[in-house]
Design a protein. Structure first.
Length: 169
């Protein structure tokens, strides 16, 4: 079973390949809480130690919460958590030219978001049941530019995995 932690060590080219092979999730596949991990991306996120550093408890981004096609990002430290940067979900064509599949998109062009956030579009595919690989992209001119990969893992999947690991010990 592949986990979000396993994806942290993959290079951008490995994640590109995995994204192209992954499946388009159903629109409601991510309803509920997800745990998030930052993966490879542009600039310093190409370097493994930097990715390790941003995936510590010091990073305030924890994942996303989605209900019936509407969602927000989860931020917090320890038990303190808040939600922000709202988005709507839909199934649309992928931004990747080599990808003939659709993707589950998180559209941040919502009136409550700041102008810079409104230019963000996240595209997601399902790597395996309950584990999603996403690209975060920013609108520049008449197109989008890739920023980073991220992983989302459903909270109940994480709990099942932790329970299985405890049972094995």
């Amino acid at each position: 079973m592949v986990t979000a932690d396993d994806l942290v060590d993959k290079s951008k080219s490995e994640l590109d390949e995995l994204f192209l092979e992954a499946d388009t999730p159903d629109k409601g596949a991510l309803d509920g809480e997800t745990e998030g991990r930052v993966l490879a991306g542009r600039g310093l996120l190409r370097v493994g130690p930097v990715r390790d550093a941003v995936n510590t408890p010091l990073l305030p981004w924890k994942g996303k919460h989605i209900e019936r096609g509407l969602g927000s990002n989860r931020f917090g430290y320890g038990p303190l958590e808040r939600h922000g940067f709202e988005f709507e979900t839909d199934i649309v064509p992928s931004l990747v030219p080599e990808d003939d599949d659709d993707v589950l998109v998180f559209d941040y062009d919502q009136p409550e978001n700041p102008p810079g956030i409104r230019r963000i579009r996240d595209d997601l595919k399902e790597v395996e049941d309950g584990l999603f690989l996403g690209t975060s992209n920013i609108e520049v001119g008449d197109g989008y530019r890739f920023l980073i990969y991220f992983a989302l893992e459903q909270v109940d999947r994480v709990t099942e995995q932790e329970t299985a690991e405890i049972e094995v010990k």
